[in-house]
Design a protein around this ligand. Structure first.
Ligand SMILES: [Zn+2]
Ligand SMILES: [Zn+2]
Length: 466
């Protein structure tokens, strides 16, 4: 029997055992497999519900003055989030599709932005108020006449980052990055798009989910340019398909750094979705060497191993031992942290972006090794860069996805990920640990933020479930 979406009031969710209702967790999250699309109510132009976020200067000031009390900003009283009723977005042109959102993940960058912990450096590349959500799985409900690769009813995932073409620029006016298939670094992201004959240009913004004119996936409905939309093969379950965006970040980092060709061992630091995506990407792209995953909790150990890690270590002594096992020797300077010589990891993926993780990556990399920054590192105080030059390291950063050269073909990162997912979802299904209806977005954010208690890896909202 197909599971049904729980339509009881939030206070009741998780309390009952009505036949046909999905089992619910202690936190009220829904646990179901494929979503029952056929049970969707029809929407006859009624307002659509969505979770909106606004960036305000008082918000920045208050967050900075309160320091580490960020839970209040994420799901508490100080939050600049609200469940809004919005008119459906209008289609900017013939090349756009309208999508009803089935699932949308909560990203660490969402928590960072909501709590104002992210660096303000990226603020000009968004526009607010915005409906959040950039890890989007949905169904096409309308396709413009210029769209040929998907049709109404198709299940799709969305590359949320905007190409110059989606902003409305003709091919001759595309920026260098977009012309080269690297739209994640679009150089016009802070500019208003060109105005059409009957409409204003699109607001600035690099990404759907941080864009005033293009609502993200924490809402019932959104629109996307045809370039951004990828059909999902039937073999991929919803709770795996919704991971296309974060998995693409791991694949883009592994392909961009050529880590899949490394000869030495690789260390992946972090226990968020991007870290697991990186472990998966290393294996699915053919890296055959030793992968050490630095994670903290038992369920993370099991997940990292099932995705292909040879060894899992806790931060601290266990991680140090893994470094020593590569042949490194430890030395103690007169003051400061222990340092190492010999051995080391050829590639270290930092999927955290903190001072501690970047510092560890610099000390654990082998001479001429690479530190790949996939975590959203911002302002890091007292970071010691000594080993950057003393070990001739390279630090590389990657963002998003784009056109990859892989297996002799030019493919979008999402296409590679969808192919690999269809070949065998395997342990990927275990990454989505919690699914909440939209109206319980604060509970969802609490589960994502307080992941030590909730044991969340990826939390998703199901906007179609009420
Ligand atoms: Zn993200
Ligand atoms: Zn561009």
């Amino acid at each position: 029997m197909a599971p049904q979406i729980d339509r009881r009031e939030p206070a009741e969710v998780g309390a009952g055992s009505d036949e046909g209702c999905p089992p619910t967790g202690d936190d009220g999250s829904l646990h179901f497999g494929t979503l029952p699309h056929s049970t969707r109510p029809r929407r006859n132009g009624r307002p659509l519900k969505a979770v909106e976020f606004n960036v305000t200067i008082p918000g920045y000031v208050l967050a900075r003055s309160l320091g580490r009390i960020s839970d209040a900003f994420i799901y508490g009283r100080a939050s600049q989030l609200r469940l809004a009723e919005r008119t459906p977005p209008s289609m900017p042109g013939a090349d756009w599709v309208r999508i009803e959102v089935d699932l949308c993940g909560i990203c660490g960058s969402d928590l960072g932005n909501i709590s104002y912990r992210s660096s303000p450096a990226m603020e000009p590349f968004g526009s607010f108020p915005a409906v959040l959500g950039h890890e989007i799985l949905g169904r096409v409900v309308e396709a413009g006449p210029g769209v040929t690769h998907v049709e109404v009813g198709d299940r799709v995932v969305v590359d949320p980052m905007l190409h110059c073409e989606a902003r409305g620029w003709g091919a001759g006016a595309w920026c260098r990055s977009c012309a080269a298939g690297r739209h994640a670094t679009c150089e016009k992201a802070a500019e208003q798009g060109p105005a059409g004959s009957d409409r204003e240009g699109l607001a600035p913004g690099s990404t759907i989910g941080y864009h005033r004119d293009l609502p993200g996936g924490w809402g019932e409905q959104m629109i996307a340019h045809r370039r951004q939309v990828f059909p999902v093969p039937d073999a991929i379950p919803d709770r795996v398909a919704v991971l296309a965006e974060p998995l693409s970040i791991g694949v883009h980092g592994v392909l961009g750094s050529r880590a899949f060709q490394a000869r030495g061992p690789v260390l992946v630091i972090g226990s968020g979705a991007i870290a697991f995506a990186t472990v998966w990407a290393l294996r699915t792209l053919g890296y055959g060497g030793r992968v050490v995953a630095q994670v903290k909790r038992p369920h993370e150990v099991a997940l990292a191993e099932s995705l292909g890690a040879n060894e899992t270590v806790a931060p601290g002594d266990e991680a140090r031992q893994a470094l020593i096992d590569t042949g490194a020797s430890a030395y103690m300077p007169v003051v400061g942290d222990e340092v190492y010589a010999g051995g080391g990891f050829e590639v270290v993926f930092d999927c955290v972006g903190s001072r501690a993780s970047v510092s560890q990556a610099l000390r654990y990399a082998s001479p001429r090794g690479r530190v790949v920054v996939l975590g959203c590192a911002g302002q890091l105080r007292k970071l010691d860069l000594t080993f950057l030059w003393a070990r001739e390291l390279r630090i590389e950063g990657f963002v998003g996805y784009g056109t990859e050269r892989w297996n002799g073909r030019a493919q979008h990162t999402f296409e590679i990920v969808l192919e690999r997912m269809a070949a065998g979802p395997g342990a990927l299904a275990d990454l989505v640990t919690h699914i909440f209806p939209l109206k319980q977005y604060r509970d969802a954010l609490r589960a994502a933020y307080d992941h030590r208690r909730s044991e969340a890896i990826k939390v998703a909202l199901a906007p179609g479930s009420g």
